[in-house]
Design a protein around this ligand. Sequence first.
Ligand code: DUC
Ligand code: ZN
Ligand code: ZN
Length: 470
Amino acid sequence: MKKLIKNGTIVTASDTFLADVLIDGEKIIAVGIDHSDEGVEVIDAKGKYVLPGGVDPHTHFDLPMFGTVSSDDHYTGGKAAAFGGTTTVMDFTVMEGNNIQGSLDKWHALAEKSAVDYSFHMNLNHFDRSIERQFKTLRDNGITTLKVFTAYNGRLRLDDGGIFKALLAAKEHGLLMMAHCENGDVIEDLVPKALAAGHTSAAWHAYTRPKWGAIESTLRMAAMAQQADSPVYIVHMNAGGEADMLQYARQRGVKVMGETCPPYLFFTTQDMERPDGAKWVCSPPMRDKEDNTRLMEALSNDTVQTIATDHCPFFFDGTTPILYEGQQVKIAGKELGKDNFTKIPNGLPGVQDRLPILWTHGVGAGKITMNQFVAYTSTNPAKIFGIYPQKGCIAPGADADLVIWDPEKRIKYGVAHSHQRTDYNLYEGWELKGYPEKVFLRGNMIVDGDKWLGKKSGGKFLRREEGMII
Ligand code: DUC
Ligand code: ZN
Ligand code: ZN
């Protein structure tokens, strides 16, 4: 039976208007007024907003690290995403050896149980002729994005020559390069010195990964993008100076785009100085108040293009089980680094938090408009990553991925509200106004208030096309 979402206010990246949305099967077939109720299932959205499902282009489910693994798998992570209004996720494939197809096959096997629609990016931890030849394999698999690192020397990092060559090859194959920007050489010098001086606490993770490294590395990536005439997308921008570099390059026509993540808008190195500071350990680290402010300003004035999560959760205390879907779950986590900050698994939960936190503290606080909210969290990532207008769009022909958003719903947020499979939430006790009420994935309601109606393997792998440069 067709479904009609009636009387809601549609919010897109550009417009806000009263209209009904008619759904047939997996697709939106009409957006307008005066649809007949006859023979359709009516869902009343009076007083609510209707948004396109969120697109989170940056997650790490089931990621092995430091002898443990990120604590959300592709099912629990997708479920948490859906409760927060996100219906599409893109995860990073670990590159194993020289075998791109083999690495993708492994990620396909892990992600087969995804509860929401999904795609992958390919981490590039080395580059040579053999890898270049396999770029075609990525396109054949419907993958159009790579990620390089300017940090993690000897593990994930490519030197600048390798990055430049990879950029030229990426352009030939219609692939977009994503870049993790920090100064690996500086970090490699600072870390052993800090340890030798007896500095073991979590905050030293931040002190040994300085923000100027992120800033210069962002400009370095933009410079290489310009020289190669190959686009670059800077992931997890964390320092205000990176937004300045992005603006500098974009104003000069360089094809560079940028993403930030909510923790970089709200938390600082001071949070990492708390006794439970390990909860905030991720790379790149938290910065300063002025960085929070500058990054939010870069969203207000459209300098930055997307807001993702870099969701990569670990338990704070992985020795104590939590209850998840009626099962006791215990996964080693941040306690691994209680005596040495370099052993704290890097990463934060956030895939569910992204939309609700940004609604209250971005839209509600008057920093960004509702249309910018939709642009950053759904439409822009869909465009950049080659799935628009199938995703990120409310129009006939688009997938019926929709969120009925209750702007009046008040909750005290925290781990009790969260379906992220970990034992803590960064936003514990935050008062929120505005929250997803119902979430649809390709026409099927998968979240109804507190009720989970989705399922394992309910998500589909999305073959992607070359994206847009926006
Ligand atoms: N940073 C993290 O903190 N965790 C996973 C990957 C990354 O880039
Ligand atoms: Zn990264
Ligand atoms: Zn990441």
